[in-house]
Write a protein that binds this ligand. Structure first.
Ligand code: SF4
Length: 294
């Protein structure tokens, strides 16, 4: 979900581009300075990834007013089971394409930013790719952050919600939960996967009282059918007690170069961004369900 993509509309900023992250945000944090582990034996590396002391990440960066409240250190983990047609970070699809990073190294960095997090009411966000592809690694980061008193957030599709243990969720303050469509068939067309696990994960979060920001990417001709939008709203209503905001994120053409560079078939090449009217009428649907909408 590379920090060095200079085609990104950093100047346009704002919530509308959030789902483009991190391409839309240029902080240059990247993975510079993190210990490289290319000399570790493969088997040892796999064992350490299983126990979570080592993870595979795309990059990390410091951002403000995206990925949760305040200033955040967002870590983009590699690996995702979905193949969203509008994905702007297809270079995070595969875990093997990421950089190996020690959990302890990331935790040391988080510790350094504690003052920033405190002053801005921010914290850390684990994003991707899909954070729940590496539950042991994510669990260590979340536990370590909580022990330092840092606000924690995960950004997920929920498809792998079953990978999140109750112990892990005890260390999560906020979930940015993507509801990529409300209609089963549309969800499958958008992501290549099923909708049900997302609903089950949201239900679990609601039962545990964990705050959710629900997110929906509006793509003309793909997700903008009024019935689909209404169904998204109805799904989010299930979690009303914990949903503090709904974000409608307008599709933009941002990831084309990455899809091409990877030799993948990008299907939305000719799709325009949604009109401001369509964005507003979509937000209005969620408002009519009583939600605070961004
Ligand atoms: S969930 Fe979809 S948009 Fe997010 S990284 Fe995976 S494929 Fe890309």
């Amino acid at each position: 979900m590379s920090t060095t993509d200079t085609s990104a509309p950093a100047a346009s900023g704002g919530r509308d581009q959030d789902f483009l992250a991190p391409a839309a945000r240029l902080r240059g944090a990247g993975i510079g300075g993190l210990e490289e582990l290319s000399d570790i034996e493969r088997s040892d590396r796999l064992a350490r990834m299983r126990d979570g002391s080592l993870g595979s990440i795309h990059s990390w960066e410091l951002v403000t007013a995206v990925d949760g409240p305040g200033t955040r250190m967002t870590v983009f983990l590699n690996g995702c089971p979905l193949r969203c047609q509008y994905c702007h970070n297809p270079d995070t699809f595969l875990m093997k394409d990421g950089e190996p990073v020690e959990a302890e190294e990331l935790l040391r960095r988080m510790r350094r930013y504690r003052g920033v997090f405190r002053a801005s009411k921010g914290g850390i966000t684990l994003s991707g790719g899909e954070v729940l592809m590496q539950p042991a690694f994510a669990g260590r980061l979340l536990e370590g952050a909580k022990k330092m008193g840092i606000h924690t957030c995960i950004d997920t599709s929920g498809f792998l919600g079953a990978n999140a243990s109750d112990e892990m969720l005890d260390n999560v303050d906020l979930v940015l939960l993507d509801v990529k469509s409300g209609d089963e068939e549309t969800y499958k067309r958008v992501t290549g996967r099923q909708l049900a696990p997302t609903i089950a994960f949201g239900d679990r979060l609601a039962a545990k009282g964990i705050e959710i920001w629900a997110r929906f990417v509006l793509v003309p001709g793909l997700t903008d059918d009024p019935e689909n939008i209404e169904k998204v709203a109805q799904i989010i209503e299930r979690w009303r007690n914990v949903v503090s905001r709904v974000e409608v994120l307008p599709f933009h053409q941002m990831g084309t170069d990455k899809w091409d560079a990877l030799g993948l078939n990008y299907t939305l090449r000719d799709v325009p961004p949604p009109s401001p009217e369509l964005v507003e009428s979509t937000r209005e649907v969620f408002r009519s369900h009583g939600f605070t909408v961004h």
